[in-house]
Unconditional design. Structure first.
Length: 442
């Protein structure tokens, strides 16, 4: 009868296994960091890459698992369709008569007309705009004028000065991903950017929606900007059905009761020639798109995206990102757990290693992805999935490299003690020696 190992031997064996798994995890993790930074350009994968670049795991929450939300009655979206400037002036007079809190115009009036009739429209529009006390006009930050080193823009584009008056401006640029010719998905925006005003001076230009919200709740905007994020993810409330939406005919209807507009934030923008007549001008893909992989057709107008941002700020319901160091810590934790399981499989079930490893890797990946989706659904907390998933899937391959090459190199160099073969089971001969972390029987 064999005496059981002493408690100190058990502890030593356990410590050896932990240290070995830790060393192996470091090897896997460092290998992944190297692989992740290798630029690969495979042309035949471009169609697949384009489809997945537009997909984010958290899109599933917005498109399929999002809880039903109530409409935001503080934000009103008005379609300006293809109205000429004279008609926009009339619309503004009707809306301003209802004493809204602020009017934001997601459109540009860049040039003045030269012919007499349309010049009259310019004058009417300028007069209507001048009468609006709280007005936000759209501005644009040209990508070609961005100075990467200084992190600022050299110029800002806006409507003609005739239409600006005392209006404040906000840039309508949104952060998009994907091929701009086909797949343009918006999930985030920059709250503010530095813009050059003279040779050595700069000012902060707020995003269009942030500027609109600033006219209603400056204290909330102050807290929002204090988050000091260079970008913010949009916590989408919904599409047009989650806001008051007025079409051209609704505004110009003489019998319409528009008194509900008092104290509201009104956003004017293009939503097709008329509501219900879909146009792909200024229409974007969002996480609310039900066809979340590869996309079907754009699902939201730009002005509605801005309405969602205003709503998010007024409700102070933001999406938070896990800090980078926590993402790496989570990734290393899953990496260690994967390595520990696969190391046992490698030693105990060598013949079945490949098959069992794939099953375990899939199970761990699904577990992690489930955690990511639930954390976003419950707490609106984004966790970076890239390095964790890569560490889980590549661990099996790197474990075989480690035990086949690195482990032996360490043993021969004396940096790691050579472990003895595991004891042979009674009644069986051991033709092949296998590495074991268990302490030798004394």
């Amino acid at each position: 009868m064999t005496d059981s190992p002493a408690p100190t031997q058990h502890r030593q064996g356990w410590l050896n296994r932990v240290l070995n798994n830790l060393l192996l995890s470091v090897f896997v993790f460092l290998s992944i960091l190297v692989i992740a930074n290798i630029p690969l350009k495979l042309e035949f994968l471009n169609p697949i890459q384009n489809a997945f670049e537009t997909f984010d795991l958290t899109d599933l929450v917005f498109s399929h698992f999002k809880k039903e939300t109530t409409a935001d009655t503080n934000v009103v979206v008005v379609n300006i369709g293809t109205l000429h400037r004279g008609e926009v002036a009339e619309m503004l007079e009707i809306l301003q008569a209802q004493s809204p809190a602020v009017i934001g115009i997601d459109a540009f009036f860049r040039q003045l007309h030269q012919d007499e009739e349309r010049a009259a429209w310019d004058g009417a529009l300028a007069m209507s705009l001048a009468q609006i006390e709280h007005l936000v006009m759209a501005s644009e930050l040209p990508e070609s004028h961005f100075k990467q080193k200084a992190k600022r823009y050299d110029s800002l584009e806006a409507s003609h000065p005739l239409f600006m008056g005392q209006a404040t401006t906000g840039f309508v640029n949104l952060i998009t991903t994907g091929d701009k010719g086909e797949f343009v998905t918006v999930r985030a925006f920059s709250p503010q950017e530095k813009v050059k005003t003279s040779k050595d001076t700069y000012r902060s230009e707020l995003a269009f929606a942030v500027q609109v919200a600033n006219h209603i709740a400056p204290e909330k905007v102050k807290r929002f900007l204090a988050r000091n994020n260079d970008h913010e993810f949009v916590n989408f409330r919904g599409n047009q059905d989650k806001f008051y939406v007025l079409d051209i005919s609704n505004v110009f209807d003489p019998e319409a009761d528009l008194s509900f507009l008092k104290g509201k934030a009104i956003l004017l923008g293009y939503m097709g020639p008329h509501l219900g007549e879909i146009s792909y001008i200024d229409r974007l893909f969002t996480p609310l798109n039900m066809d979340y992989l590869g996309r079907g057709s754009p699902d939201m107008y730009g002005v509605v995206v801005h309405a969602n941002i205003v709503s998010m700020i007024l409700a102070e319901e933001y999406i938070n990102e896990m800090p980078a160091w926590v993402n790496y810590l989570i990734a290393f934790g899953f990496c260690y757990f994967t390595v520990a399981l696969l190391s046992v499989v490698y030693r105990k079930l060598d013949f079945w290693f490949d098959a069992v490893a794939v099953v375990l890797q899939l199970a761990l990946s699904l577990l992690f992805l489930t955690v990511v989706v639930l954390m976003f659904d419950w707490y609106r907390l984004r966790i970076d999935i890239g390095i964790t998933i890569l560490s889980i899937f590549i661990a099996g391959f790197l474990i075989e490299i480690y035990f086949g090459i690195v482990d032996k190199v360490l043993e021969r160099s004396g940096l790691k003690k050579k472990t003895e073969a595991s004891p042979t089971a009674p009644g069986k001969s051991s033709a092949v020696s296998t590495t074991s972390n268990a302490p030798p029987t004394r």
